[in-house]
Design a protein around this ligand. Structure first.
Ligand code: DC
Length: 206
């Protein structure tokens, strides 16, 4: 049996951590699809082009080597903002679809997290989760993570970034951030990571 679990949600909603935990528990493959967009933005700039250059963006998306996703520079706020900008380009999204769909079919199962997994990439996923929390709570969690790593970032700046990302990811024309009509929506504002994991595992087992 092959199972596909789609996890979507806004920036800093905790979907990546949740996806990895479910995948580890189920011995499934896991793909953080945000990394694909982050890596395309990285590669456009490395080639000396600007992020709004559609031709360069398409070339970078087509040439993307998944081996390079394991790059620490892809983490962090600037890489996420750049990813959010190039994610608006239709040709980029189309070029990244095939890899994501093939990944989703890996046996015995796969967990993919992103913005459009349940709506566009895997509309037939066995399980669709949409995980969200208020912008203030997401900024609070991000701030704690930054403090733990000793990175300088103020709560206000992180909140402003989250609001800007939400607006860009929800407002774009193609594959905007939204919950699939058949997704289970989990608001984690008042839930800790263990409670969210337990809730999702109850759905998976059912
Ligand atoms: O999940 P993340 O923060 O790493 O994603 C970075 C950006 O990439 C996000 O702001 C929008 C884009 N993205 C997307 O458009 N579709 C996805 N499935 C995943 C990410």
């Amino acid at each position: 049996m092959r199972m596909i679990i789609a996890i979507d949600g806004p920036a800093a909603s905790g979907k990546g951590t949740l996806a990895k935990r479910i995948a580890a528990h189920m011995s499934f493959h896991v793909l953080d699809t945000g990394l694909l967009y982050r890596a395309v933005a990285r590669d456009i700039e490395r080639s000396g082009f600007r992020l709004n250059d559609r031709w360069a963006a398409l070339a970078a998306a087509r040439a993307l080597d998944p081996v390079t996703l394991d790059d620490p520079h892809l983490r962090g706020v600037p890489a996420g903002d750049k990813a959010s900008v190039i994610a608006k380009i239709a040709e980029v999204r189309a070029a990244l679809l095939k890899y994501q769909r093939e990944f989703a079919r890996r046996p015995p199962g796969a967990v993919l997290d992103g913005r459009d997994i349940g709506t566009v990439v895997c509309p037939h996923a066995d399980i669709k989760i949409y995980i969200t929390a208020t912008p203030e709570e997401r900024a609070r969690r991000r701030h704690l993570e930054h403090q733990a790593r000793g990175e300088p970032a103020t709560y206000d700046n992180l909140l402003a970034d989250i609001r800007a990302r939400d607006a860009r990811d929800s407002g774009r024309d193609i594959a905007p951030l939204s919950a699939a009509t058949d997704a289970v929506i989990i608001d984690t504002t008042n839930l800790d990571a263990d409670a969210v994991f337990a809730a999702v595992m109850t759905i998976v087992r059912a």
